[in-house]
Ligand binder design. Structure first.
Ligand code: MN
Length: 285
């Protein structure tokens, strides 16, 4: 099988969401910038409280999963059923919206750095209307592996194979078989890993410069998503200053996507039903 090379670069664009939180959106900045089953990736990262303090007051979701990964900061999640989840540095919340959730995501700090990611992963048609569910994963439950040659990888989803050992992450067994690694490499450090053939995959670089695959084109720049081509193994090599990135892969659904804001279904009729259900208070019923 060929090596996976860099197929497409999606530079993040600045946007705001919620009640005015500044974000950088790469995957999902337009319908043509999705990567099945990944619908969206937002990076939030700032030292200025004005960029995050307003948070995300109560809002709905239906039909997909949201994965929030905090690098720095403190956020409180509350839903309409009274479920609460505290997200602190290094924690992950994996939320399956299913048929519906109404929740808020609010900063619990008034100063200092807030940094992290929110990823949206689509659900297959057969699972879009299942009951909502949460996995709150504390930092201590996310294994961190020292890589040969320096660097380290945190394993959020899927299984990392390194130095002859397998390290499973806390998220396993979902229909889209996601892989989610957070990788830090020293200057010139290399990371090589197999991804299941047929999975769509991308890297998002949040610090440094990164050479992807054969590196016969320009290296990937900070705040860019690099979509990987077909193949199995991918090789990532950091520039002289080192690199920090997330590596994501999942099985594509190959189903039609109909999206209206926080509702992601297969058809326009299902979207209209979601809006009616939300307006009449039956989204989550
Ligand atoms: Mn939300």
């Amino acid at each position: 099988m060929p090596e996976r090379n860099l197929k497409r670069v999606i530079a993040a664009t600045e946007t705001s969401d919620g009640a005015g939180v500044r974000l950088r959106r790469s995957i999902g900045q337009s319908p043509l910038a999705r990567l099945d089953p990944f619908l969206m990736l937002d990076e939030f990262g700032t030292d200025n409280p004005q960029d995050y303090i307003a948070g995300f007051p109560a809002h709905p979701h239906r039909g997909f999963e949201t994965v929030t990964y905090m690098l720095d900061g403190h956020m409180l999640h509350e839903d309409h059923l009274g479920n609460r989840g505290d997200l602190r540095s290094g924690d992950v919340q994996w939320m399956t919206a299913g048929r519906g959730i109404i929740h808020s995501e609010m900063p619990q700090q008034t100063e200092g750095r807030m940094r992290g990611f929110q990823l949206w992963i689509n659900l297959p048609a057969a699972e879009k209307m299942k009951p909502a569910a949460y996995r709150d994963i504390p930092a201590a439950a996310i294994p961190e592996v020292r890589l040969p040659g320096g660097g380290r990888a945190r394993v959020i989803a899927g299984t990392l194979h390194s130095g002859g050992a397998d390290t499973p992450g806390p998220i396993q067994g979902l229909g889209t078989e996601p892989i989610y690694f957070d990788i830090g490499l020293p200057g010139g450090g290399e990371f090589r890993h197999d991804l299941p053939q047929g999975h769509n995959a991308f890297v998002y670089l949040y610090e440094g410069v990164l050479c992807v695959g054969a590196c016969d084109s320009q290296p990937l720049q900070r705040r860019c998503a690099g979509v990987l081509g077909a193949g199995v193994a991918v090789t990532l090599r950091a520039g002289a200053e080192g690199a920090r990135l997330i590596l994501l892969a999942a099985r594509p659904l190959n189903e039609p996507v109909a999206q209206y804001g926080p509702f992601v279904m297969n058809t326009r009729e299902e979207l209209e039903q979601a809006v009616r259900d939300y307006q009449s208070g039956r989204l989550t019923a």
